[in-house]
Design a protein around this ligand. Structure first.
Ligand code: ADP
Length: 755
């Protein structure tokens, strides 16, 4: 009986068992090793679950959900082996199970499969309570991992899209996308963008653990420049095809022939899995993204690669749009900039040409450059010792200039650097940074404070242009913008300005060198003429003594020769005297002894003396001034001596010089007229310059140094008078002097830097 009844029941139990075995849902029973009072506080109940519950029974479908083939492989598993205890959603799930009276429907649980990958299950479960104690639970579960992942990815894409949609600055976009990707899709990721020539122009890295960013950089450095690199950014850019390294282990590293260093870094990072995808827009590879996992339970699959490709597609499209947008923007903007730039260039050119003091002019140019051209402007120049000096800094806020100068002192440029100012100074080639990324800033920063400083400047774009002289860089001009992005046309203007500034600097240097040479020469003349004075005085005295002897001995020949010698000594003395004067004028040391003297008498005395020097010329004095003059009689006499000597010297074929004296109220006037070679009009002003001589005008050469008129002019000026000339070539010249009657000599004005 038992048997027959069993037969019927067996068949129903068999059917039930077969139903369970063939169900696509997981069916399970969990037992509690220790019964649990339903009155236990919730937290304690949760602990109890994890401590005392184990899987007592389940079907194959359930085992498969965990990546296993047979039920026996999973039976006995503790709750904590399956459920991710740290996931708060699981805590909520179990709490709800308790508070609902141990009955839940369609609730998600987050669990781990054999490989450690996360799975999501939809559960229906009920607990069995006996005498106030929970003893077991029954349930079914369905694998909804794919659906959930799909949903999450959709949400993720939405987030990415919303970032992409609002950003027109691709750098910000990349930064934000990288922040979304980590940790959702990767523990660290790298996004690289290339320019037209396929050179990487920008790179963004993000890591769950910021301390590991440098390790990630090391890994990148270890492989990026190897032409044979078969993985990572270079190969993605080259091939434009996605890459997948599902499990990174020793055999994989061997397969990729990774070198010891790479292996070491991979281990240090704890790299478990990797995938990479190219960024492709309009059939062109414009960049690449890599995703790396350091988690035991995150191994990328083909499915993940597909998703990454989808993401890359959207990012590439946006970047391409941004590029198009920027190009359109540039066209619109550009015209305004070009006008602005050209105006700047014209004004800067004027300033640079205005003076030989280049430090001042460059500072003025700096002021002009901000803020129209850039927010920051700086000029650095190598000094005589070859050391780099920052000679101009421009910013609209003087406070900031001060601050920038201090920072510069604290952080002088590292001349070994392979980019920026040092590089420009080395190569003589301009550098343009249309976009300055935080990574670029980080690379240049020396320490935290320096980073802070760089950040505070808030650079968005920069350009550095060398100043070139004799084909060598002598300095550089730096422009930094905090808003705009410099373009090639900005660079062209900057280069043009640098060219003009280089010329100005070069001119100033040449001028300064010439000035130094002149000073050196003047010093020499001064010392030499001073030293000559003493011996020449003795020579004169002895000549006169000898002449007297000769006269006493009635040696006429000797007496005549000695007379000529005496005249030549006079000439020599005058020459030395003039040379001394010139150096005195130069250094503002020409002194005057003032006294009152009769003007006409003075002129007549000079004429009498000079009449002896020329037998050919008759010196004719016409008129009178009848005035007394307050001034230095000797020096004014020297002027007349110079002018009359010149009149004789420059009229070799004539026989007279006419000196006319006049007066007018408080002035006396003199003219000295000769009938000699004369000179062209354009020399008339210049003959009063130091060392100026009219040369090549006649066949005959006239001896002289070109300093007589210079000294004369200075003497007359110091007496507040005037000296000028009129002349007709071939007909003769007239020199005019007017002098105030009662006037003290002016103090010397120190010579100006420029003639
Ligand atoms: P120097 O006569 O020693 O050359 P000066 O300073 O006295 O120097 O004169 C400067 C130049 O002016 C002369 O070299 C000469 O060319 C020109 N000059 C001066 N006086 C006359 C003159 N009376 N007639 C023509 N040229 C003159």
């Amino acid at each position: 009986m038992k048997k027959s009844s069993t037969d019927a029941s067996v068949s129903s139990e068999e059917r039930y068992k077969s139903f369970i075995a063939h169900s696509s849902e997981g069916i399970w029973r969990i037992e509690l090793e220790k019964p649990l009072s339903v009155k236990t506080p919730i937290k304690k109940q949760l602990d109890h679950f994890y401590q005392y519950s184990y899987l007592a029974e389940c079907n194959d479908a359930m085992a498969r959900m965990y990546g296993l083939r047979y039920t026996k492989e999973i039976i006995g598993a503790r709750l904590g082996d399956l459920l991710i205890r740290t996931d708060e959603k699981n805590t909520k799930y179990l709490t709800d199970f308790i508070t609902s009276g141990y009955k839940l429907q369609n609730r998600e649980s987050y669990e781990l499969d054999k490989l450690g990958n996360r799975r999501v299950f939809l559960n229906n479960l009920v607990g069995s309570v006996k005498q106030g104690n929970l003893v077991r639970a029954w349930g079914t579960q369905r694998d909804i991992t794919t659906q959930i992942q799909e949903k999450e990815r959709q949400e993720f894409l939405e987030k990415v899209n919303s970032k992409l949609a609002v950003s027109l600055n691709h750098h910000i976009t990349l930064q934000e996308i990288a922040q979304l990707i980590v940790p959702y899709l990767a523990d660290y990721c790298r996004i690289a963008i290339v320019d037209e020539k396929k050179n990487i122009k920008e790179i963004t890295v993000n890591h769950t653990d910021p301390n590991k960013v440098s390790l990630a950089e090391d890994l990148y450095d270890a492989y990026k420049d190897k032409p044979q690199s078969t993985y990572g950014i270079p190969s993605l850019l080259k091939k434009g095809k996605p890459e997948l390294m599902k499990v990174i282990d020793d055999s994989l590293l061997r397969k990729y022939k990774a070198d010891t260093k790479t292996i070491q870094i991979v281990k240090q990072i704890g790299l478990k899995s990797y995938m990479g995808v190219p960024l492709i827009a309009r059939n062109k590879v414009i960049g690449a993204m890599t995703f790396s996992s350091i988690q035991e339970n995150r191994h990328y699959t083909k499915n993940d690669v597909k998703f990454a490709e989808e993401l890359a597609h959207r990012i590439a499209l946006t970047l391409d749009n941004i590029r198009l947008f920027q190009e359109a923007q540039i066209e619109l903007d550009e015209r305004k900039h070009i006008e602005n730039n050209l105006r700047f260039l014209a004004e800067a050119g004027k300033i640079l040409g205005s003076s030989l003091d280049y430090q001042t002019t460059l500072n003025q140019v700096a002021k002009l450059a901000v803020p129209q051209i850039s927010d920051w402007f700086g000029i650095d120049i190598f000094d005589d010792k070859g050391e780099l000096q920052q000679i101009a800094v421009g910013h609209k806020d003087p406070q900031k200039i001060k601050w920038a100068k201090e920072m510069r002192k604290k952080y002088p440029p590292n001349m070994e650097a392979k980019n920026g100012l040092p590089q420009v100074l080395k190569t003589g080639k301009s550098e343009l940074y249309p976009f300055i990324t935080p990574e670029m800033m980080e690379k240049t920063a020396r320490d935290k404070e320096h980073m802070q400083y760089i950040k505070q400047i808030g650079m968005s774009s920069a350009m550095i242009v060398p100043l070139i002289s004799e084909r060598k860089p002598i300095g550089a001009v730096t422009y930094v913008s905090t808003k705009r992005h410099f373009t090639q046309s900005d660079l062209a203007i900057a280069e043009e300005l640098a060219h003009r500034a280089s010329l100005a600097i070069e001119n100033a240097r040449l001028y300064n060198n010439a000035q130094k040479a002149i000073t050196l020469r003047d010093d020499f003349i001064s010392v030499a003429s001073h030293e000559l004075k003493t011996p020449i005085t003795s020579v004169k005295i002895f000549t006169q003594v000898l002449q007297k002897h000769a006269e006493q001995n009635a040696d006429e020949k000797a007496s005549q020769s000695l007379g000529k010698m005496d005249k030549q000594i006079d000439k020599l003395t005058e020459l030395i005297y003039n040379l001394l004067n010139i150096t005195k004028i130069q250094s503002g040391q020409m002194e005057f002894t003032e006294k009152e003297f009769d003007f006409d008498t003075m002129v007549h005395e000079i004429v009498d003396v000079l009449q002896h020097t020329s037998a050919k010329h008759k010196l004719v004095v016409v008129g009178k001034s009848n005035k007394k003059i307050l001034g230095d009689e000797d020096r004014i006499g020297q002027v007349f001596s110079n002018l009359i000597s010149n009149a004789i010297k420059y009229s070799p074929n004539s026989d007279k010089v006419v000196i006319t004296l006049t007066s007018k109220r408080n002035y006396v006037g003199v003219s000295i007229q000769d009938f000699g070679i004369g000179m062209d009009k354009h020399h008339l002003n210049k003959i009063f310059n130091r060392f100026y001589r009219v040369s090549g005008s006649t066949d005959k050469t006239f001896p002289g140094l070109g300093i007589g008129l210079y000294i004369s002019k200075e003497i007359i000026n110091r007496h507040q008078g005037k000296l000028w000339a009129e002349s007709i070539p071939g007909k003769g010249s007239t020199f005019y002097i007017t002098l105030p009657v009662q006037q003290s000599a002016k103090p010397a004005t120190l010579p100006r830097l420029r003639n």
